[in-house]
Design a protein around this ligand. Structure first.
Ligand SMILES: [Zn+2]
Length: 103
């Protein structure tokens, strides 16, 4: 995991003030403890100001929608879409998904 700065690294790994959501490549600020789990997605680092990665959330749901897979059923989600960095080589991921679905 590459961080924009040292403070972000400490906040994610040690202090847990910021959560890194690996599946969607998102940095999230947990909020509303009393009201159940909720997060605010950060677009920029609050400390160094650098732009954080674009969220892959929409893409992930789009792919599942195209495949006709219910995203709430974790066991139905093809394993290639559960890998970390699944978006980095999307062509390969989609080939793996097709293979996985065929079986
Ligand atoms: Zn930073």
């Amino acid at each position: 995991m590459r961080y924009c700065c040292k403070v972000m690294k400490i906040c994610v790994e040690k202090l847990k003030h910021v959560e890194y959501i690996e599946r969607f490549d998102e940095f999230a600020l947990p909020v509303g403890e009393d009201l159940g789990r909720s997060v605010i997605i950060l677009k920029y680092c609050p400390w160094c100001g650098k732009k954080l990665p674009e969220s892959k959330r929409q893409k992930w749901f789009e792919i599942l929608n195209e495949l006709g897979i219910d995203p709430t059923e974790d066991k139905l989600i093809p394993y290639p879409l559960k890998r970390s960095l699944w978006w980095e080589d999307l062509g390969t991921t989609m080939d793996m998904v097709k293979e996985d679905i065929k079986e």
